[in-house]
Every structure is written in structure tokens, then in C-alpha cells.
Design a protein around this ligand. Structure first.
Ligand SMILES: *Cc1c(COP(=O)(O)O)cnc(C)c1O
Length: 390
């Protein structure tokens, strides 16, 4: 007998792994109203507070007035609307690449890009902690998939050697995040670049949580480390620090032309609303402005305050590397309890559980924003210290 849907849900609940949607009746900002309760929000990826920024709202409104709300069809079918073209020009300028292509989401970007680049005789090598969209894209492509333990360069090297020995004709793509979404740490980019060059592989770097936060003008980790020129496929999303939605790839003209022709999530999906593209373009312009630099400075200050009030989280090797700070709890049940305790005290911090993270590594995922006040941060730290003290 197949398992019923009801018993499957009951099983998830019994293992503290059931998830549910809670209505938020306020904009995404440092204080939110969730299921009728006011909470201070330490759960959002809107690291710079751009989701509610006036310049972006105005850009979206102006685009609606000029183009309406819907894009009508896939961009290859009806003609591509000007706001999408402007956004891609702006992204290529921002990332200093020849060209760019945008997708409806970061998830669609990963699926479309890996599927366009790799087929069944190719090889994709991923960091174990790479985002689900990258794993799904690798699987869907039909390529041989190999995974190396997080930032384990010895294993990456042996996978590359294996790929070259067994599939000399294959396209080999190394895939990693720049800032890891659930741990907040960085990829060992210099070492990865050395290996990908040595073995003639391509490198896809997903800067989802780095763009806007790290590097000059928020250009990302590759820029920060002076390695942008060695990255073949610069992937990212407009949905996090950029405050809007939609994913992108920046890279060479030929790469982008291949994606236009082969990326199924681009070809067979209606273009995003022109309002979203216009807001995205305003977000990239804002990154390059003095206001952008100032807001990044505020975020750095907030992170420094958090670190100084929570020294146990940053002992030994651990430094603040991004706006994401994991507080590892262990069991899913304990993480849920801690999140509930925080909510009772007025703080929204999500419990992250399997399968998003490993079974025994459930955690609170704290994300900071440039818009948090010193008081809000101190308040959170006090509750976190209480939880740690049991
Ligand atoms: C969020 C995220 C994505 C997906 O981007 P969306 O625009 O939310 O679909 C892809 N990769 C990483 C590393 C992410 O954190």
C-alpha cells in the first residue's frame, strides 16, 4: 500500500520537520507583522533594506505606467521589452563582463544555465553545501555529478583528475557558492581557481549572498579577492541584497548567446514583469551610488556590533564574513524550540532544518540588515545568550 498524504505529513510532524506558511501583513523590513504579532525581523535576505527603498518603488511604478504589468510572452517570442534589455546592460556594466542574461528567479537561472552548458557526457563538480537550485540543475542536466565535501580542495582535485581521465572530451564545470547561504562563510576561491585552470574546467560562481554585500560597490567575492577575471559564469540573484527578484548570469558574449538558445527555463517561461526588471535596474544603479556605499558601511557596523556582543560565535577561526550568522543547535526539535523562544521575546529568527541542512546540524539562521538599530541587535543578542546559557 502506498503511504497516504496524511500519514506522510504526520511523519514529518513527528520528526519536527513539518513546515507551514505564516501570513505576513507588512512589508519586508526590520519590524514585521507576522500572523498578527509584531516581531523584529532577523530572517530576511534583504541585507541592505532595498526591498522597500523609494528609488526602486518609483522605478517599478514608472515602468508600470509605461509598459503595463505583464510581459506577454517569452522574450524570444514577442520581442524583448526595453526594461529587460536595460537591466542586462546595467548588470554587465556592474560585473564588468561582456554580457548578461536575466531569468525569472535564481532557481530558474541555475536550472537553465547548468542544463544549457552540460549534457550527459559532461561533468559537474559541486561543493557539498551548494544551494538546492545548483544541485537540481546539475541533476536535471543529465551530466555526471560529483560532490566534494565543503571547501575540501583535495577532493575537488581528485574529482577533476577523475573527470579528465575518464571523460577527456567532456565539458567540466566546477560549481560553488561565493558566500554559503546557511553558513555565511566563503568559498576557497583562490584555490578553486588554481585547480579549475590546471584542469581546464569552467567555473560557475553563485554570488547570491555576496553581491551587494562584499567587494567594491558590492560586486561580490570574486571582485573582493581580485579573481573576477577567472570566473567563467558569474551567477547571482536580484532577490537578496538587491531587494527585488530575478536571477542573472554575467559572462562572455558567446556564453550568453548559448544560454539564450539553450536555457530551457529562459526559453519556455514568460519574461518577468517589466516593473520587476526596472526595479532591478534601479537596484544595480543604487549599488554603484554613494548611498549604496553608505548602506554597506552601516551593515558592516551592525555586523561588528553583533560579533562584539556574541564572542562565542566568533571564536577561533570564525570571523564575520557575511550578513549570515548560523547558530548551530543540533537537533531539529531544539532549533524549533529556540526559534519559538525568540518569537515569544519578539524576534523572528528561523529554525533551519533537514533537508536544507544536514540532519544533525539544525540551526538558527540570523541575518543582519543595514537597517537594524543598535538596540534591536543588542536585544537579540541578550536573548541568544540566554538560550545558550540554557
Ligand atoms: C536564494 C538562492 C538562489 C535562488 O535564488 P532565487 O532568486 O531566490 O530563486 C540560488 N542560489 C543561492 C546560493 C541562493 O541562496
Amino acid at each position: 500500500m502506498p503511504q497516504t498524504i496524511a500519514s506522510e505529513l504526520a511523519e514529518l510532524r513527528a520528526r519536527s520537520l513539518l513546515r507551514s506558511l505564516r501570513e505576513m501583513d507588512s512589508p519586508q523590513q526590520p519590524t514585521v507583522e507576522l500572523a498578527g504579532k509584531k516581531l523584529i525581523n532577523f530572517s530576511s535576505n534583504d541585507y541592505l533594506g532595498l526591498a522597500t527603498e523609494p528609488a526602486l518603488r518609483e522605478a517599478a511604478k514608472a515602468a508600470i505606467d509605461q509598459y503595463g504589468v505583464g510581459a506577454g510572452a517569452s522574450r524570444l517570442v514577442c520581442g524583448t521589452l526595453s526594461p529587460h534589455v536595460r537591466l542586462e546592460e546595467k548588470l554587465a556594466e556592474f560585473k564588468r563582463t561582456e554580457a548578461a542574461l536575466t531569468f525569472s528567479s535564481g532557481y530558474a537561472t541555475a536550472l537553465g544555465t547548468l542544463g544549457a552548458l552540460c549534457q550527459k557526457d559532461d561533468v559537474i563538480i559541486l561543493d557539498k553545501l551548494a544551494h538546492a537550485s545548483l544541485i537540481d540543475g546539475a541533476r536535471l542536466s543529465g551530466a555526471h555529478v560529483r560532490v566534494f565535501p565543503h571547501n575540501h580542495m583535495g577532493k575537488l582535485e581528485s574529482h577533476l583528475a577523475w573527470a579528465r581521465d575518464n571523460f577527456p572530451e567532456a565539458r567540466v564545470v566546477v560549481v560553488t557558492e561565493a558566500v554559503f547561504s546557511m553558513d555565511g562563510d566563503w568559498a576557497l576561491l583562490a584555490e578553486i581557481v588554481e585547480l579549475k585552470l590546471r584542469f581546464g574546467a569552467l567555473l560557475l560562481l553563485d554570488e547570491a549572498h555576496a553581491v551587494g554585500v562584499i567587494g567594491a560597490h558590492g560586486r561580490g567575492l570574486a571582485e573582493q579577492l581580485g579573481l573576477a577575471g577567472a570566473v567563467d559564469i558569474h551567477m547571482g540573484t536580484l532577490s537578496k541584497a538587491l531587494g527585488v527578484s530575478g536571477g542573472y548570469v554575467c559572462g562572455g558574449r558567446r556564453l550568453i548567446e548559448l544560454l539564450v538558445n539553450r536555457a530551457r527555463s529562459f526559453i519556455y517561461s514568460t519574461a518577468p514583469s517589466p516593473a520587476v526588471a526596472a526595479a532591478g535596474c534601479a537596484a544595480v544603479e543604487w549599488m554603484l551610488s554613494a548611498a549604496g556605499e553608505k548602506r554597506r558601511q552601516q551593515l558592516r557596523q551592525n555586523l561588528a556590533q553583533f560579533a562584539s556582543e556574541m564572542p562565542p560565535l566568533f571564536s577561533g577561526e570564525r570571523k564575520v564574513q557575511s550578513a549570515i550568522v548560523p547558530v548551530i543547535v543540533g537537533k531539529a526539535e531544539a532549533a524549533l524550540e529556540a526559534a519559538q523562544l525568540l518569537a515569544d521575546k519578539g524576534f523572528l529568527v528561523p529554525a533551519i532544518r533537514f533537508p536544507t541542512v544536514a540532519r544533525d546540524a539544525a540551526r538558527l539562521r540570523v541575518t543582519l540588515s543595514a537597517r537594524h538599530t543598535p538596540r534591536q541587535i543588542s536585544g537579540l543578542c541578550a536573548v541568544l545568550r540566554n538560550i545558550a546559557a540554557g
